[in-house]
Design a protein around this ligand. Structure first.
Ligand SMILES: [Zn+2]
Length: 143
């Protein structure tokens, strides 16, 4: 379901986390981390010194780890599990129609990110997802 969380701002995602029995704390995190998750504590940490759009993406990311009961978000940044989580974040946060409009009017990732209230990385993850979808359709047609 594309764009399922696209209408939820950071505060609303915090409420969602609470309804799911998760504790969310904002802290200064080390090593440029924007978020952390601990399944054993059902605890999410969000970096406190970043923009709200970045916090929104970070919280969505950790919420998906919690949904999948991943042990943590300590994996290597380009591990399978991290890439899958980022992809899911992009699918949930980006409304396809809003993306299409933002792409038509601005076109480049930074502008689209501003329009949609997400990070540039999230926009790039969404673009990669769209490319994958197009490749799958192409494969099906040529099969
Ligand atoms: Zn993660």
């Amino acid at each position: 379901m594309d764009g399922r969380w696209s209408q939820l701002d950071y505060e609303m995602l915090l409420e969602l986390a609470e309804r799911r029995g998760l504790r969310v704390l904002e802290r200064a995190l080390p090593d440029l981390l924007t978020g952390l998750y601990s399944e054993s504590h059902r605890l999410i940490l969000v970096e406190s010194r970043i923009l709200e759009e970045q916090q929104r993406v970070a919280l969505a990311h950790e919420l998906i780890h919690a949904e999948r009961h991943d042990a943590s978000c300590a994996a290597a940044p380009f591990s399978k599990i991290e890439l899958a989580t980022r992809r899911e974040v992009a699918i949930r946060l980006v409304n396809p129609e809003a993306y299409r409009i933002a792409e038509e009017t601005g076109g480049y990732a930074y502008q689209i990110a501003c329009d949609l209230g997400v990070t540039v990385q999230c926009v790039r993850d969404y673009q990669r997802y769209l490319e994958e979808c197009a490749e799958n359709i192409g494969r099906r047609i040529s099969a």
